[in-house]
Design a protein around this ligand. Structure first.
Ligand SMILES: [Zn+2]
Length: 168
């Protein structure tokens, strides 16, 4: 499952010439025909996606940090490509907690997160920017998070996932 997401995300980035950090996720969304708006939303809502009659609209919480907004948009792109068959509404609250009611919903959220991480922090690009032999310090995590324009939390999870660092 994870490998398939990696390949799909990498192909998408290459197809739209966005394969360098920081990935321009907004340009990518526009290329995919998604209309992206930054709006006032409940503080616990990261983003919404409305798919109706083939048109795709995403609203991102305008009050959230840019890094979180980028992850939200990447997550919605994941939903669109992986989960949307026909009209549908997605409401996304938090990404790193397991609060979803049904297991089907939970599976979709986990998949959209995995896709978003692969899109914003592609394995191959991380490898280019990491000196694995030297070991990864907190400063490196900060530097990488800045380079890829993601939160340090998201970068840390990604580096654990890619086996560059041990989980805490
Ligand atoms: Zn979601």
């Amino acid at each position: 499952m994870t490998q398939a997401f990696e390949r799909r995300a990498t192909k998408l980035l290459r197809d739209y010439d966005e394969f360098s950090p920081p990935v321009d996720v907004e340009a990518l969304a526009r290329s995919l025909g998604i209309s992206v708006n930054f709006e006032e939303l409940d503080s616990d809502v990261s983003g919404l996606m409305l798919i109706e009659d083939g048109s795709v609209k995403v609203a991102i919480n305008e009050a959230h940090h840019r890094h979180r907004q980028r992850f939200t948009l990447a997550h919605e792109i994941g939903h669109m490509l992986l989960h949307a068959k026909g009209d549908r509404v997605f409401v996304d609250r938090r990404f790193f907690r397991n609060e979803w009611s049904s297991s089907g919903e939970l599976r979709e959220e986990i998949e959209a997160n995995a896709f978003a991480a692969a899109l914003l922090m592609p394995r191959l690009l991380i490898r280019e920017h990491v000196d694995a032999k030297a070991g990864i310090t907190d400063i490196d995590v900060f530097r990488l998070a800045t380079q890829f324009a993601v939160s340090e939390q998201a970068m840390t999870l990604r580096l654990v996932k890619l086996n560059y660092i041990e989980p805490d």
